[in-house]
Design a protein around this ligand. Structure first.
Ligand SMILES: Cc1cc2nc3c(=O)[nH]c(=O)nc-3n(C[C@H](O)[C@H](O)[C@H](O)COP(=O)(O)OP(=O)(O)OC[C@H]3O[C@@H](n4cnc5c(N)ncnc54)[C@H](O)[C@@H]3O)c2cc1C
Length: 398
């Protein structure tokens, strides 16, 4: 393996030469590229930046080269991420195919599935939705009812999925479906890849209080799914589902620290909006809250570093299980703190008289609450920590 410092220099030079200046700015949602058949680049520079990163193998630096990845080690991949953050380079491609499905397929998919889907994800050719939650199965995911009947050469899928983010814009959906109703609920679930263009699939957007509509309910009405789209073994989909959730929770744990949104950092906001006396923030409560927040963030950053090093060295540790909870709750604290610091300047939703950063703060505040629910709510994460990490006794059934 190449020396890591040398590699860092190489990465730095390459990014310097290849990342367009316009792609080194904080990003807003309309400027993100999500790929897919219906996707388009928000700008010519975004296209150039994506194509250069794709050709270099750095869209998924740690995935195998035979599927279009960079074939790099965890440590080398982290160097790329750090160097991108150093120059505030934008993420060239967003998507749950890249963040969640890809890693799970690399572990559980067969060769044909990897050949078909992994490169398409990296190339931005397919955008994926997640079909886990149902109207009666969220935290208690294993209760899901969406049914896939074995019809010999295909499965027949009937039911619905809810909170499917951007399903109306996606090309494919990975779904948890019930393939056996006679056994313990976790043992009758399978993991299917379904083309959103298949006859019988429809989506209904769910209106949100913001006026936007990020979510859909997705309906399956006698949808024929080829047998080759089953990932892993029949009725063993729960293992694939859990592996994928680990990637989802890791992503969400790191979201705050990686976010290139235009929102200001609390320390910066304090300098801009608060009164100081002799170098000290005059409001004692805010001063104390800001110190608490900074200490918490420092502890989280150190724990991220520790979990990364443990993984890279092959050490199994319980810390990653706590990171989704800690990371998303810290994001919530940050947005509350920002609003407290900014006062009425942080309360604008749209219109003139506010800076983009100020308007983004309230959006971050609303989104931070959603992040403590998506991918498993904070209460569920605490249950997982209590059971799997602390090995606390479970509450007796009444
Ligand atoms: C931004 C966002 C994006 C999402 N995207 C997707 C997506 O693309 N695809 C998808 O399939 N799903 C998606 N979801 C859905 C998400 O997975 C569920 O919202 C989540 O799992 C919680 O399920 P629920 O909404 O049914 O709440 P419920 O399970 O009904 O929970 C309601 C409340 O009860 C609490 N609770 C439930 N059970 C327990 C328990 N045993 N102990 C203690 N407290 C408990 C919960 O913590 C929560 O506060 C998304 C959600 C959000 C917020």
């Amino acid at each position: 393996m190449q020396d890591l410092d040398e590699f860092r220099q190489e990465v730095r030079q390459w990014l310097e030469a290849n990342c367009p200046p316009s792609q080194r700015q904080p990003i807003t949602p309309p400027e993100q590229y999500w790929g897919g058949r219906r996707g388009s680049f928000p700008s010519e520079d975004a296209r150039i930046w994506f194509e250069r990163m794709r050709d270099r193998g750095w869209i998924a630096p740690d995935w195998p080269t035979r599927y279009g990845g960079g074939g790099l080690s965890d440590r080398e991949s982290r160097v790329i991420k750090q160097e991108m953050q150093r120059i505030r380079a934008r993420t060239p491609l967003y998507g749950i195919g890249l963040w969640m499905l890809g890693p799970a397929l690399l572990e559980y998919g067969n060769e044909a599935q990897k050949q078909r889907h992994i490169r398409a994800i990296i190339n931005g050719e397919s955008r994926w939705a997640q079909g886990y939650s149902e109207p009666g199965a969220g935290s208690d995911l294993a209760s899901l009812q969406c049914r896939a009947q074995d019809m010999g050469d295909h499965f027949l899928v009937n039911g619905s999925k809810i909170w499917t983010t951007a399903a109306d814009k996606c090309d494919w959906i990975f779904c948890l479906v019930r393939t056996n109703t006679e056994v313990k609920k976790q043992e009758g679930i399978s993991f299917l890849l379904i083309d959103m263009d298949d006859p019988g699939i429809s989506t209904t957007p769910i209106a949100l209080i913001s006026g936007e509509s990020e979510f859909c309910q997705t309906f399956f009405d006698n949808v024929k799914v080829p047998k080759e789209n089953l990932v892993g073994e029949l009725n063993k989909g729960w293992s694939v589902a859990k592996a994928l959730l680990v990637h989802e929770r890791k992503l969400m744990a790191e979201m705050g620290s990686d976010s290139p949104r235009k929102v200001v950092a609390p320390n910066e906001a304090a300098r801009k909006y608060l009164e100081f006396d002799n170098g000290r923030i005059t409001d004692a409560q805010l001063r104390s809250d800001l110190v608490d927040y900074n200490m918490q963030m420092h502890a989280i950053a150190l724990t991220h570093f520790r979990t990364f090093e443990e993984k890279a060295s092959g050490v199994r540790s319980a810390a990653p299980l706590a990171m989704k909870y800690l990371g998303t709750e810290a994001e919530k604290t940050k947005s509350e703190l920002l609003l407290a610091i900014m006062g009425s300047r942080g309360l604008g939703w749209e219109g003139e008289g506010f800076t983009t950063e100020e308007l983004d703060t309230l959006r971050l505040w609303a989104m931070s609450k959603a992040m403590t629910i998506a991918g498993g709510s904070s209460e569920i994460q605490l249950n997982v920590i209590a059971k799997s990490v602390l090995e606390l006794p479970q509450q007796a059934e009444k």
